[in-house]
Write a protein that binds this ligand. Structure first.
Ligand code: NDP
Length: 452
C-alpha cells in the first residue's frame, strides 16, 4: 500500500519537531506535521523560554541591590511590563520562525491546522482533507489542569501569564510544583506581593527534602508568603479583586490568581480511543520503551505520554523514535538519570536520587554543606547555598546531587555528566577545586554529614 507520507506528526513542539526533522532531514523520510497553534509548542511559546526570560527580568532588583553594595550608584526605578512583554513577544515570533525554517529546510511539509486520527494510517485535518501515513507520531503535549472549584474561571494558568495586560499588585499562586514555585519567585521579583498556597506539607514534592526546605526557607526570607497545608475552596469576584476562601479558614483578596496545579496530556478528541487504545487515568498514551503504542503504526513522545514532562526528554524521545523507525537503529531513551532545575530564586538543580529515595534503596553517606556565598555575603545578604551529595556506601558511587544556589541549573548540568558516568565520591574528591567558586564545595566535602 502506498501512503501520502512515511510519517505524519501531530504536534509541533519539542518532541514532534525533533522527530520530524531527523526522520526527514537525516533519513530521507517523507514527513508531514500538523500544528493547530504556534510552532514550537509549550517550551517555546508558553513555557520554558518565556518563563526563563521572565526569570531574568525578575532578577534585576536583586542585582541592582548588590551593585549598590559593591559601590555602584544605581537605582532600580520602575519595571515597565508592557515594554518587556513587547520584546518577549518579538523574541517568541523570532523563535517560532526559526522552528518553522528548521522544519522546512529539512523537507517537512507543515500543515497549520488541527489533525485527528481516523485510523492506524490516516489522519483528518481541520480543513477536512485526509492524509495517509505509514507511521503516525502523536506529540501533542499537555495543557494546564485547574481543579473544579467554584470560581475557577476567575483564575488564570501559566498559558496566560505571558500575556497579562498589566502586572497585578497582589497575586495568589496555587500549587507547589515547578510552575507554581517558579512563578511565585518571578512575580515577587517583579514587585508583586505574592502568596503561594500548597495543599501538602512542603513545596516541590519529589525533590530531596533538605533541598525543598532550603528553597522554601529562602523564598519565605525574600518575602513570599508560602502557606503549606492550605488549598483554595472557592474563588469569588469582588469589587476590587478576587477573594480566595481557603481551607485554613482565611479569606483574602488578590488581583490575580494563578493556578499551577499540574498539566494533563492533550489527548481529548484526538481519535485515540477509536484506535482501540486505552488511555491512562489522566489521558496519557501508554507506550513501550521505543515510544510505540499498542497500535504498531502509532507512536507517541513527550508530555502526552506522561513519562517525564521535560523538553529535553521529549527531544530525546523524538530523536530515538526517528532513529528506531527510520534510521534502522533501535533506540530506547533511558529515563533513569534525568537532571532538572527549578528556576526559583535561588534555583534548585537536581540529578539522581534524593536522600529519602536513596536510603530506601541501600546504605548511604550524605555529604551536605550550607554556606553564605562570597558574592552575596559581601553585599550583606543572608542567602545560603546548599550543596549535597548522596553516596552509596557499597560502591562509593554518587547517587544524587542537589544544589540550591544562584545558577544551580548551570551547575547541575556538569554534575550530571560525572554522575551519568558513574563517578564515585573519590572521583569527585580527586578533582582539584576551582577557586573561588561555590561549586568547589562539591569536591571538598571530606566528612559525611550523616549516614543512613
Ligand atoms: P507539578 O506536577 O510539578 O506540580 C503540580 C502541583 O499542583 C503540585 O504541587 C500538586 O500537589 C498540586 N496539585 C495538583 N492537583 C491539585 C489539586 N487538585 N488541588 C490543589 N493542588 C493540586 O506540575 P506543574 O504544573 O508545576 O508543572 C507541570 C510539569 O511541567 C512538571 O511536572 C515539570 O515536569 C514540567 N516543568 C518543568 C520545569 C523545569 O524544568 N524548570 C518548569 C515548569 C514545568 P501535590 O504535590 O500534592 O501533588
Amino acid at each position: 500500500m502506498s501512503f501520502d507520507y512515511d510519517l505524519f506528526v501531530i504536534g509541533g513542539g519539542s518532541g514532534g519537531v525533533r522527530a520530524a526533522r531527523i526522520a526527514s532531514g537525516e533519513y530521507g523520510a517523507k514527513v508531514g506535521l500538523a500544528e493547530e497553534s504556534r510552532m514550537g509548542g509549550t517550551c517555546v511559546i508558553r513555557g520554558c523560554v518565556p518563563k526563563k526570560l521572565m526569570v531574568f527580568a525578575s532578577a534585576f532588583p536583586d542585582a541592582i541591590e548588590e551593585a549598590q553594595a559593591y559601590g555602584w550608584d544605581v537605582q532600580a526605578g520602575a519595571f515597565d511590563w508592557t515594554r518587556f512583554r513587547t520584546r518577549l513577544e518579538a523574541e517568541l515570533d523570532r523563535l517560532e520562525g526559526a522552528y518553522r525554517n528548521t522544519l522546512t529546510n529539512a523537507g517537512v511539509t507543515i500543515h497549520d491546522e488541527r489533525a485527528v486520527i481516523v485510523d492506524a494510517h490516516r489522519v483528518r485535518l481541520a480543513s477536512g482533507q485526509e492524509v495517509t501515513a505509514k507511521h503516525i507520531l502523536v506529540a501533542t503535549g499537555g495543557w494546564p489542569f485547574v481543579p473544579d472549584i467554584p470560581g475557577k474561571e476567575l483564575a488564570i494558568t501559566s498559558n496566560e501569564m505571558f500575556h497579562l495586560p498589566a502586572l497585578p499588585k497582589r497575586a495568589l499562586v496555587v500549587g507547589g510544583g515547578y510552575i507554581a514555585s517558579e512563578f511565585a519567585c518571578i512575580l515577587h521579583g517583579l514587585g508583586v506581593k505574592v502568596s503561594q498556597f500548597y495543599r501538602g506539607a512542603q513545596i516541590l514534592r519529589g525533590f530531596d527534602e533538605e533541598a525543598r526546605g532550603h528553597v522554601a526557607n529562602a523564598m519565605r526570607a525574600r518575602g513570599i508568603d508560602i502557606h503549606c497545608g492550605t488549598d483554595v475552596m472557592r474563588l469569588e469576584k469582588t469589587a476590587s479583586g478576587i477573594r480566595a476562601v481557603a481551607t485554613d479558614g482565611t479569606e483574602r483578596e488578590f488581583d490575580l490568581v494563578l493556578y499551577a496545579t499540574g498539566r494533563r496530556p492533550n489527548t481529548t478528541g484526538l481519535g485515540l480511543e477509536g484506535l482501540g487504545l486505552t488511555l491512562g487515568r489522566h489521558g496519557e498514551i501508554p507506550v513501550d520503551r521505543f515510544s510505540q503504542t499498542a497500535v504498531p503504526s502509532v507512536y507517541a513522545v513527550g508530555d502526552v505520554t506522561g513519562r517525564i514532562n521535560l523538553t529535553p526528554v521529549a527531544i530525546r524521545e523524538g530523536h530515538a523514535f526517528a532513529d528506531t523507525v527510520f534510521g534502522a537503529k533501535p533506540t530506547a531513551f533511558d529515563h533513569g538519570l534525568v537532571a532538572s532545575a527549578v528556576f526559583t530564586q535561588p534555583e534548585l538543580g537536581s540529578v539522581g536520587l534524593s536522600e529519602e529515595a536513596a536510603r530506601e534503596q541501600e546504605p548511604i553517606e550524605v555529604y551536605a554543606t550550607a554556606f553564605r556565598p562570597m558574592k552575596t555575603l559581601f553585599a550583606g545578604k543572608q542567602d545560603r547555598v546548599l550543596m549535597k551529595l548522596i553516596v552509596s556506601q557499597a560502591t562509593r558511587k554518587v547517587l544524587g546531587c542537589h544544589i540550591v544556589a544562584a545558577e544551580a541549573g548551570e551547575l547541575i548540568q556538569l554534575a550530571a555528566v560525572a554522575i551519568g558516568m558513574g563517578a564515585t565520591k573519590e572521583d569527585f574528591d580527586r578533582t582539584v577545586a576551582v577557586h573561588p567558586t561555590m561549586a568547589e564545595e562539591l569536591v571538598t566535602m571530606r566528612k559525611p554529614t550523616r549516614t543512613a
